[in-house]
Design a protein around this ligand. Structure first.
Ligand code: IPM
Ligand code: MN
Length: 364
């Protein structure tokens, strides 16, 4: 298979973790006889510095000419006081909107070798295997907003069509899994949530094999910690999904291992770690690349339909953890933490010990 991927390293630790994931993709390509052409584009603060635009035209064109996008992270203190159109985050929001990537899939699974060091009780987290389906192109993130010296507002609005497509998507995901769907809202207060709940009720008739429950976002936040293994698929609006997915990372022991896929109706997608740009550790070579590597696995599975190759990456990551290799964010006290590159090499050795790098890393 011959495919083109646009890599958007972005800011902070983005370039480091994307370089790792690209190496892993090339190791897969070499083993399974594929060719992945990697184009590199600017986004976020890096793009503001270079083009005075967090999502330059050049980047959009590159992505439009590609089969999939692999993104690192955006943001950092350097740009925090910029006007909203010139904030790094705006580049990410615009690329999601431009490509209509309305469905953000965020899987969360317990990592056996991390259970003992989880802040949660081992018996509560050991069976966790859930998928957050976050609406990504509507709600508070994209509603009308205004700010003056004395007041400010943001608007939470959803159309029927926006809710229907994400709810359908979540039902379909539930069908491929344990057939349980939890729709999360705040229907005791918000009208958008009441419409959301009504649409889930209408849709469930078409998926009689899927068990459905409605859950308020505040109590879901609590149950995600007290009984996370009760969940299979969680579907929710943009902001609730943002918050719940960071919360769910506690279950795995680190935000550094959570991947995500942002999809539109077809196979095209943008893949990125759930974590941010972590500017405080940028450039030190110690970032955890697992989330981006696992995002690359999702890319192979969902966009290229290369299930076997995706599983090869996921299993290599699992074996690397099981062998006791961790970056600093995960290494148990008193054990040696590996650098980003050394950890990546362990994963690559699990996938394809014969892999010879063509020094992709130097691209960034
Ligand atoms: C995420 C991030 C983004 C979001 C930020 C960087 C705009 O937190 O992908 O979860 O809020 O969606
Ligand atoms: Mn977030």
């Amino acid at each position: 298979m011959e495919k083109k991927i646009t890599a958007l390293p972005g800011d902070g630790i983005g370039p480091e973790v994307v370089a790792s994931a690209v190496e892993v993709l090339q190791a897969i390509a070499q083993k399974y006889n594929h060719t992945f052409h990697i184009a590199v584009g600017a986004i976020g603060g890096a793009a503001i510095d270079q083009f005075n635009d967090p999502l330059p035209k050049e980047t959009i064109t590159l992505c439009e000419e590609s089969d999939a996008i692999l993104l690192g992270a955006v943001g950092g203190p350097k740009w925090d006081n910029n006007p909203s159109e010139l904030r790094p985050e705006k580049g990410l929001l615009r690329i999601r909107k431009h490509f209509d990537l309305f469905s953000n899939l965020r899987p969360v699974q317990a990592i056996p070798s991390m259970l003992a060091s989880s802040p949660l009780k081992e018996e509560n987290v050991k069976d966790v295997d859930l998928l957050i389906v976050r609406e990504l192109t509507g709600g508070l993130y994209f509603g009308d907003r205004q700010r003056s010296e004395t007041d400010a507002f943001d608007t939470l609005s959803y159309t029927r069509n926006e809710i229907e497509r994400i709810v359908d998507n979540a039902f379909q995901m539930a069908r491929l899994r344990r057939k349980k769907l939890t729709s999360v809202d705040k229907a005791n207060v918000l009208d958008t949530s009441r419409l959301w709940r009504q649409i889930v009720e209408e849709k469930k008739v078409h998926y009689p094999d899927v068990e459905v429950e409605h859950s308020l976002v505040d109590s879901t936040a609590m149950k995600l910690i007290t009984n996370p293994s009760a969940y299979d698929v969680i579907v929710t609006e943009n902001m609730f999904g943002d918050i719940l997915s960071d919360e769910a990372s506690v279950i795995t022991g680190s935000l550094g291992v959570l991947p995500s896929a942002s999809m539109r109706g077809d196979n095209f997608g943008l893949y990125e770690p759930v974590h941010g740009s972590a500017p405080e550790i940028a450039g030190l070579g110690i970032a955890n690349p697992a989330a981006t590597i696992l995002s690359a696995a999702m890319l192979l599975r969902y966009t290229f339909e290369l299930g076997e190759e995706a599983t090869a990456i996921e299993e290599a990551v699992a074996r690397t953890f099981a062998a006791g290799h961790f970056t600093g964010d995960m290494a148990p006290k008193g054990t040696q933490a590996l650098s980003t590159n050394d950890w990546t090499e362990k994963v690559i050795a699990e996938i394809n010990p014969a892999y010879v790098s063509d020094a992709m890393t130097s691209l960034f």
